[in-house]
Ligand binder design. Sequence first.
Ligand code: GLY
Ligand code: MN
Ligand code: MN
Length: 490
Amino acid sequence: MPRLYPLDAGRDRPGRGPVGWGGFYNAGMSAHTLYAQRRARLAAQLGAGGIAIVPTAPERQRNRDSDYLYRHDSYFYYLTGFTEPNATLVITAEGESTLFCQPKDPEREIWDGIRLGPEAAPAALGVSRALSSAELAGHMPGFLENRLTVWYPFATHPGMESRVDGWLQSVRARVRYGACCPDQQRDLCTLLDEMRLVKDEHEQGIMRRAAAISARAHVRAMQRSASMLRAGQEVREYHLDAELLHEFRQHGSQYPAYGSIVAGGANACVLHYRADTALIRDGDMVLIDAGCELDGYASDITRSFPANGRFTGPQRALYELVLASQDAAVAATRAGARFVDPHEATVAVLAQGLLDLGLLDKHKVGLAQDVIANRSYFQFYMHRTGHWLGMDVHDCGSYVEPSQRGQVSERKDPLSGETIKDRPSRILQPGMVLTIEPGLYVRPAPGVPDHFHHIGIRIEDDAIVTATGCELITRGVPVAADEIEALMRG
Ligand code: GLY
Ligand code: MN
Ligand code: MN
C-alpha cells in the first residue's frame, strides 16, 4: 500500500461556532503570530504613506433565499485567518490593522450562527482594532485622508474600484480644509501574489494533509469501480464522485477544491468534463481529476485507470508514455529550474512516444524535434504541464521571473500564426507548490490507430519545490500501472 500521511497530525482546531470565525490555524503557531507576521510583511511593502484595503468575498445568491456555500476571499484569509462574510481589513504602512466585521446580532445569529463581533476580534485575531462593517463607508474617507498611495486588489471584487473612487471623492471634498488625497492607486495583488507564491511551513503542512485526503479518495473510487463491476453492478460516473465526496468529508475537508471531473471512456477527452451520469463500462478507462480543499488550501490530483482494474494493451501503452513524461517532468522540478522546464521535459518524452506508438507519422511530421518545434503533439496534448497550487487551485503568482521581466523575445506560434511575446519563465524556489499533470487525449482522426481512439489519460500530482528536487505530496495514491492493478484487485 502507498504511504499515507497521518491525516490529523498537527491539526489543532479551536472549538468553533457554526460560523468559522477564528479560521483554521494550527501547526503549533497562534493565529496572532502567523497572520500578524504576514500583515507586518505586507505593511513593510506599502511604502511611506501607503494604505491597503482587503475585502473578503461577498455572499452569492443561488436562487431565491438560498445562497451558494460561502467561501472567504483567499487574500483576506491569508492576512486574517477569518472566515466570516461581510468583512474588510485595512492595513497602514505603519503596521496598524483595522478589521471591519459583522456586529454581534442575537437575532441573526439564531439563523446564521455565532459571529465573532468587533469586541472580541482584536483578541481572537490579533488585529489592532475592529469596528462594525456597517461603519466601513463612514470611516474609509478618514483612513484615506493624508495618505499617498491606496492599495487594493484590482479586478477581483466587482464594484471595488468605484467604492474606492467614492471614498476618495469624499477626501477631495475636504481638500479646501487642508486634507490631502492619495494620488496613487496600486494593485495589492502584485504584493500578495508574491507572498502567497512561496508557502511557509504552516501552509505546507495543511497542503500535505489535503493531498493525503484526496489521495485516499482516489484510492477509494478506484477500488469501488472495480468491485462494482466485479459484482455485476451498474457503475455510473456519479457513483465514483460519491466515493470522493465521502472521503473528503470523512476527513474534515470543507468541500472539493473545484468541480470534480469523473469521466468514463470517451468523456476523458473532454478537458473540463464534470462528474455526470454516464455509464462506465467494463473495458473503459476512467479519468478522475478531483481534490479536496482543507482549511483554505486546495489539492489537485488526477488518476486514469481501467474501470475493471486491468489495463488493455493500448491503454497500458498510452498510460506508460504519459507516466514516463511525468517522471521526466518530476526530475526537472527543483529550486533553480524554470517553471517551464517540467513542461518542456514532458513534451520531449511525449513527442518521441507519439512517433514510437504510431500516433504521429514521421513521414508527415518528421522527428521528435520537429514535432516539438511545429507543436504537432498539440493534437493529443493541448494544455500546460502544471500551475501553481495553494489556497486557489490555480493559485496566484507570476509565471514570469520578476527580475527578468524586461527580457522579451517574439516568435510566431506555428499553429495559430499569432505573435507571442516570451519573457523568461519563473525560477523555482523552495516552498513553491505546483502541479505536474501531463496527459494524452486521443480523438478519432485520419491516421490515428483505431485501438487508441477515445482514450484520455492524465496523471497529476502536487509537488513542493525543495532545494534539490521536489516532494510529491499526492503519492498516497499510486501511479505505476502494476500498482494500480494490484490496488484494484484488493
Ligand atoms: N483540476 C484543475 C486542474 O487540474 O488544473
Ligand atoms: Mn491541475
Ligand atoms: Mn486537476
